[in-house]
Design a binder for this molecule. Structure first.
Ligand SMILES: Nc1nc2c(ncn2[C@@H]2O[C@H](COP(=O)(O)OP(=O)(O)OP(=O)(O)O)[C@@H](O)[C@H]2O)c(=O)[nH]1
Ligand SMILES: [Mg+2]
Length: 554
């Protein structure tokens, strides 16, 4: 079964029905236009120089990505099957580059945000629904750790964690990262590079060790670990198998996403048709009464929603305060570690980033999400709410298909808020850097140990206070921003539903002014169309499809 064409067809049918009755079909058209470009991400993460770019070059069989022993990949680079085009997303806009210019050298994240490479290649064609994302090494900047999750997780199917056989360890930034993936149940494959540097037994040992280390963090004993050699006797077969396996699952993720979108898109047309069929035989005066009823009902709903909204807003403020206290407490608890790290000159930004993210994550999970869920549930008892934005909904591979909008909205809160907090924390890194630099100078010039210790403790305290302050501000603004988006969506939905009810009644009024003989045919048509819409609505609700049963377009 080719799901892309199947779904495209369904959306086209829906658009025809919407157009026939004058229901807005702009969004449906956008979905139809985008369907052929659907891809799932496979982000490649790991510390710098572990061989991420080399292994991607090796599977393609060409030197497309820049490789070096020093930190080399500076900008996230997406690679997928296509028509030999390269796009460089700079601060000034998109610049098209030529494939002949690859590998691009000397890019910096300050001026280029992203590079996309569409490349014609047999293997990429085999995995054509997969978007491989080559990321800079994690240890080069903590923002990348955040971006790898915030930006790519929502549409990813699995992550590839790359570890070099020279150094089969998981640094704190990586283990924190894995813990976050675990929260979303996101699968991770481990790839050990530079396999030629170990003999067979050592390699076996290395594989077992990483399986154990990663398995412990993600709480699974079936973590898949493969080895690659990107140079010399190039051997990337096992990695290719993983990617083929991911390709097989893209159909399932596609269905998960598009069946939800289809249900979402059919809502208004369904309300419209049901209303028209239901009220078709009413007289003009009865219809006018119905119109008044709609007016009244929607007013009452608006009032009720306003009440819920105010109530929730108060609760959210309490949540924000609790989360702030949690962050401050967690940061203060790491003071001794920060002091120790400052004293021996290690980089503390990663540590601080991990603490803040973990704290925010747990805070949102335990404080904010339950309240948000209740709020949305109350509202959806009154009106049907549309999902805020299809892109931010987690395509969780292991999650069951759910038709519960409240749950979907709740699930999307964490990544959206975390992404915002992470973004706003970027300037804090500079502040930390400043304090650390000054401290290093100061302690360098002090010989008295006690005095040195005092200086270090003072700096640690300063860092923690500054981060706590900034995080407090950003968490409040991000949560409020999220609530604002949800509320705007709710308002929009109330208006949309009011408009569609009004439209159906006024359309009936127009209809009954037409000759009866023309009308009866219309009812049948309405019923037929409703029937079609209903099959879309129930589309795949209880789906349990196997990988083999769905594939994207050949
Ligand atoms: N022997 C051997 N060397 C490798 C292999 N893969 C990578 N290297 C070497 O390791 C160094 C780093 O490789 P890259 O591919 O740039 O590593 P990366 O993970 O993309 O690094 P960043 O982009 O800096 O994060 C280079 O000098 C490569 O030549 C491998 O399979 N075998
Ligand atoms: Mg690289």
């Amino acid at each position: 079964m080719k799901v892309t064409s199947e779904y495209k067809q369904k959306f086209i049918m829906l658009k025809e029905i919407q157009d026939k009755y004058g229901i807005d079909s702009t969004e449906t058209k956008e979905i139809i236009d985008g369907i052929d470009y659907y891809r799932v991400n496979t982000p490649v993460v790991g510390n710098f120089s572990t061989g991420k770019s080399s292994m991607i070059n090796a599977i393609i069989g060409e030197h497309l990505l820049s490789v070096d022993i020093t930190p080399e990949t500076a900008v996230p680079t997406e690679i997928y099957y296509g028509d030999n085009k390269v796009f460089q997303y700079t601060n000034e806009g998109v610049v098209e580059r030529k494939v002949e210019e690859l590998p691009l050298k000397g890019l910096t994240i300050q001026t280029t945000n992203l590079v996309k490479i569409e490349y014609k290649n047999d293997f990429l064609e085999e995995i054509k629904s997969v978007n491989i994302v080559d990321l800079p090494g994690f240890d080069t900047s903590f923002e990348l750790h955040n971006r790898a999750i915030d930006q790519y997780l929502p549409n990813s199917l699995a992550y590839l964690l790359v570890v070099s056989s020279d150094e089969p360890v998981l640094k704190e930034s990586i283990s924190e990262f894995l813990k976050e993936l675990k929260v979303y149940n996101m699968p991770v494959y481990v790839v050990i590079t530079k396999s030629n540097r170990l003999d067979e037994d050592e390699l076996k040992e290395c594989k077992a060790l990483l399986k154990k280390l990663v398995g412990k963090i993600v709480e699974r004993d079936d973590v898949k670990v493969v080895t690659v050699d990107s140079y010399g006797d190039v051997d990337v077969e096992e990695l290719k198998e993983i990617l083929r396996d991911i390709q097989k699952q893209t159909g399932r993720i596609f269905v998960n996403k598009y069946s939800k979108m289809l249900r979402n898109s059919t809502r208004l047309a369904e309300v419209y048709l049901e209303e028209r069929i239901d009220k078709a035989t009413l007289s003009t005066s009865k219809l006018e009464q119905e119109q008044e009823k709609v007016e009244k009902k929607m007013k009452a709903i608006t009032l009720e929603i306003e009440k819920e909204k105010n109530n929730f807003s108060k609760q959210a403020q309490i949540c924000i305060n609790t989360i702030r206290e949690r962050i401050t407490g967690d940061l203060e608890a790491t003071l001794p570690t920060i002091s120790a790290m400052l004293e021996n000159g290690s980089d503390i930004t990663d540590k601080i980033n991990s603490v803040v993210r973990r704290s925010v994550r747990i805070g949102i999970n335990t404080e904010f999400e339950p309240k948000l869920k209740k709020y949305v549930e109350h509202i959806s008892d009154m009106i049907t709410i549309e999902l805020p934005n299809n892109d931010i909904i987690i395509n969780n591979v292991n999650a069951k298909l759910t038709d519960n909008v409240a749950e979907e909205i709740t699930k999307s809160a964490l990544p959206v808020i975390l992404a915002g907090v992470g973004f706003l924390l970027t300037p804090v890194a500079a502040v930390i850097g400043g304090i650390v630099g000054i401290t290093a100078d100061v302690i360098h010039n002090i010989s008295n140990n006690k005095k040195k210790q005092r200086e270090v403790d003072k700096a640690a305290k300063q860092v923690v206070e500054e981060v706590a302050k900034q995080t407090s501000i950003s968490i409040e603004s991000e949560i409020n921003k999220y609530i604002d988006t949800i509320n705007k969506n709710i308002e929009k939905d109330v208006l949309k539903q009011k408009a569609i009810l009004e439209k159906s009644l006024s359309d009936i009024k127009i209809d009954i002014s037409i000759e009866e003989s023309d009308r009866s045919k219309d009812i049948e048509e309405l019923e037929n169309d409703l029937e079609i819409i209903k099959t879309f609505k129930n589309d795949n609700l209880d789906n349990n499809i196997e990988d083999e049963e769905v594939s994207l377009e050949e």
